[in-house]
Each structure stands twice: as C-alpha cells, then as structure tokens.
Design a binder for this molecule. Structure first.
Ligand code: GLC
Length: 487
C-alpha cells in the first residue's frame, strides 16, 4: 500500500510525518462553532473561511456519508497510452506530453484521432453504482489543456476539435441525475501545457520552477487564466445543471497568487453547496485534504479528507501498466480510510475507445459485492473509537523525514454508528474468541453483518474488555464484519 506521497497544506504534513496529531487551531475553531478558517490575509474570503460550522456540516453531509467515489482520468493521452513513436514513456500516462517533451502541435494533432464511440455514460455510471460508489469525479481538463467538454472559451475541446463531437460531461450529468450519483469535475486550473502562458512543472513531484519545452507555451500566466481557465471554470459551473457537486483542482504553482486565486474564489462563492479541495493555490484550503496514493496514519482530525489512489501505477490509461492492486488491498484500503473518517476516491483510466479496462471493471464488481453485504459498516459511519488497531509509531525506525515511522497493523479496523460498533476482521481468530479491551460503550450483543438472521454471538464480559465467540468459518476472507450493538 506504499506509493509516492503528496500533500498540499500544512496540516497534512503533520500526518505524513507521523507526529502525534493534536487538533490544529483551525480544528478547535471548527469544534467550537466559530468562523471556520481565519485567513484574514486573503483578498477574497471563501465561504469556507467565513461560513459557520452549521453551513459547513450542511455542505459536507452527503460527502461524509458517501465515503467511496470514482475518479476518472480520461483524455487524449489515452491514445498514445504510454507509448510515443512506439517507445514506452516512463511515468504516469496522463503526463506523456510532458514526460516526452512532445511538441505542442504534434500532441494537439491527436484530437483529430479521438473518437471514443464505445463511450457510454450509462455503463460508466452503472459501473460506479455496482461498485458501491456514491460519486464520480472526472477530468474536465487535465494538464494537457484538452477540454473534455463543449467550451466556447477555447476550441481545443472534444466537441469542436474531434470527430466525436459529443460532450461526455453532459451525458454523464444526465446519467448521474438518473441513477442518483453525484458528479464532480477535476480541473487543472494552473498547469496547461498547450495554452500559451499556462504553467508547467517538469516532473510530477510538483517542485518549481515551472518549465516550458516549446515556445508555443510561453506567455503570461494571468493572461492564460483570464483567457481560458477562468472562463472554462465558469462554463463548468453553469452548463451542467446542479452539477458539479465537487471541483477537484490540482497542482497549484507559485504563479497562482492569492489575488489570482481570489478571482476564482469569487466565482466559487456563488455556489454555496459546492465542495472544492485544497489544491487551488493562493493559500486557500478549500473543504478537503487530498492525500494522494497513500493513507494518512491517523487521518486528518478536524478536516474532511479524501485519499485518491490508482488501481495500478497510472491515472491515465497506459497499455503496458498491468501492476493492478488486488481486490483485497483495495477493499482493505477503503475500510482503513473509513475507520479514520476519510473518503476513498479510486481511479479508473478509460481507453481511447471509451471502454474501461476489464481488470478495473472486475475489481469494482468485486468491491461492489462486498459492499452489497457490508455497506452499512462503511457509509455514513464515524471513525473508530479505538485507534491502536491501525498500528503504532516505531520507537526505533524513522521515516524519510526523520520522524518515528508508522508501522501499520492489518488485523482489524473499526467504524462507528449511533448504536453500533463495527469491527472489520482481516484476520479470523478461528478457535479462540475475538478479544477487545477497553470498550468505550456498553455492549448489548453481537452478530455478524453477513448473517441475515443476525444470530446472536456469545459475548463474555472480562475485566479487561470482552470476548466474542465467533464461528469457525469467516464469512469473507478479505474482511468479515462483526457488529456490536451498544446502548
Ligand atoms: C497528480 C498528478 C496528476 C493527477 C493527480 C491525481 O497531481 O500530477 O496527473 O491527476 O495527481 O491526484
């Protein structure tokens, strides 16, 4: 479950370096119902900064209950699919234009070949639902600058520049409305490798300085923002009915000053129900922390967060990347994330035909089967009342930043509901009872979530906790859920 780590605001650095998490001032301010964030320096105050806790809770309610969403990275980069002129290009697929320093005109010529006639919004939304996912976030424009929607602001888009001439965001919006799934848009507001003035980071470690490899990219960043990015953000926020429910910004650079970001915040403030993440730039934290390709050892107490992850090693489709995580790993990640109060945004990378790679479909179907039986232990639950089950910090080993290394343990996890404690058992204790010590609530009974008859299990109160006698066979080899009913 280890992959490259990335975080975008101060509070997540704490989590990543494993220091014991004391609620930040901001978190305390939240708990006490005062104004959420005090970024007095901002030229434009965001709703997230000026709103009350009640307004925030209202805005975040569906998101907190959802817990599991689909990320979709889809665009022109699905055509080369990780190869350029027959050579494999290392790195994540959606970065091929940058990783291979492809001339802008040569890359833009791909649009004439993009015709995903096998794209079906009904099938993709249906796949998300069958997986137990409650929302979808799709790339409306990635760093390559190609808009996957009908844009009057810039012709380099799927309706005006390709033989496909359809707007997949419009079709997904209609299908999500029909199937009761929320829809959000990823938008690369800062990096744009085909628009003059757009920012470009040389490697996906997001370290400055920005870097251009083609004179066609040179220009003024503020001019790019006013000519393309801001008009397109307006189009996305007005042309798709009640959607987007989320705007997922990415890779803010130093070009995005508080003043420029403030201009975007002015537009976002017109949509009080809209959720946006901590990657806008200009010092704005938005609503959510977004740990990427890792799960923070203790979550982000006091902040809403969403761990985004690939199923293999790329976001955009790469034909040679078959390094897929197992269903066991993906499900246990979801459970681990929910037990720490976060959301899991799991990625798919459709092919240039519009179809979803079969391995990704299989994984999602298998996850959906588990959630069809055990979903109550994930959706709309609160974090664990325990904590030590997730692991502990090593007293000897240090992580990359020299802090005590967090050593995860994978025996069990827990989530909480008003009158229940859910225990997700990864290891089935077979002949010995499952022991829990220090239960923070009065336990009335126990049964297995997979057992529709809810046959009571024997609970023995002990001085140091309680024992639950479990049947010999685990209902599910990946995770079996024990339900403790509590007063
Ligand atoms: C990184 C990658 C970007 C990807 C994003 C998803 O920022 O640079 O390509 O879309 O992660 O979280």
């Amino acid at each position: 479950m280890k992959a490259s780590r990335r975080d975008f605001s101060k509070s997540c650095v704490l989590a990543a370096t494993g220091a014991v998490m004391e609620p930040t001032v901001r978190a305390l301010a939240q708990i006490q119902g005062e104004h959420i964030q005090t970024a007095a320096t901002h030229p434009v105050r965001s709703i997230q900064e000026t709103g009350t806790l009640g307004e925030k809770n209202e805005r975040m309610k569906w998101f907190r209950e959802a817990r599991f969403g689909m990320f979709i990275h889809w665009g022109l980069y699905a055509i080369p699919a990780g190869r350029w002129h027959g050579t494999q290009v290392p790195g994540i697929g959606e970065w091929i234009l940058n990783s291979a320093s492809i001339p802008v005109a040569e890359y833009k010529a791909l649009a004439a070949r993009f015709n995903p006639t096998r794209f079906s919004a009904a099938r993709i939304v249906g796949l998300a639902k069958s997986a137990g996912m409650k929302y979808i976030v799709i790339t409306s424009k990635h760093h390559d600058g190609f808009a996957m929607f009908d844009s009057k602001a810039d012709r380099f888009n799927i309706v005006q520049a390709t033989p496909f001439k359809r707007d997949p965001l419009k079709e997904l919006a209609a299908e999500c409305r029909k199937q009761g799934v929320k829809l959000g848009f990823y938008h690369s507001q800062d990096q744009d490798w085909t628009a003059s003035g757009g920012a470009a980071l040389k490697t996906d470690d997001h370290k400055p300085p920005t870097y251009h490899w083609d004179p066609a990219q040179d220009g003024s960043f503020p001019e790019y923002l006013h000519r393309k990015a801001i008009p397109q953000i307006r189009e996305l926020l007005t042309n798709y009915g009640e959607f987007p429910a989320i705007v997922w910004f990415d890779t803010p650079t130093k070009d995005m000053t508080p003043e420029l970001a403030g201009e975007i915040v002015t537009i976002l403030n017109e949509h009080p129900k809209l959720i946006w993440n901590n990657r806008l730039g200009g010092g704005y934290s938005g609503d959510t922390e977004t740990p990427e390709q890792y799960i923070p050892s203790q979550g982000f107490p006091g902040r809403d967060w969403e761990s985004c992850m690939t199923m293999n090693d790329t976001w955009g489709y790469k034909q040679d990347d078959t390094n897929f995580k197992s269903t066991e790993t993906l499900l246990r990640n979801l459970i681990d994330i929910a037990s720490k109060g976060g959301n899991f945004l799991l990625n798919i990378g459709p092919m240039a035909t519009g179809e979803v790679p079969s391995t990704e479909v299989e994984r999602l179907h298998e996850m959906g089967k588990w959630l069809a039986v055990n979903g109550a232990s994930i959706y709309a639950t609160q974090p664990t009342l325990f904590g030590a089950e997730a692991g502990a910090f090593s007293t000897t080993e240090k992580d990359k930043s020299g802090n005590p290394k967090f050593m995860p343990s994978w025996k069990w996890r827990s989530t909480t509901a008003a009158d229940k404690i859910y225990i997700h058992l990864f290891e089935w204790p077979h002949s010995i009872p499952f022991h829990l010590d220090k239960i923070p609530r009065e336990v009335r009974g126990a049964y297995l979530l997979a057992d529709k008859t809810k046959t009571p299990l024997k609970v023995t109160k002990r001085e140091n906790g309680l024992d639950v006698t479990l049947p010999e066979q685990a209902p599910n080899p990946i995770a079996s859920v024990l339900v403790l009913t509590t007063a």
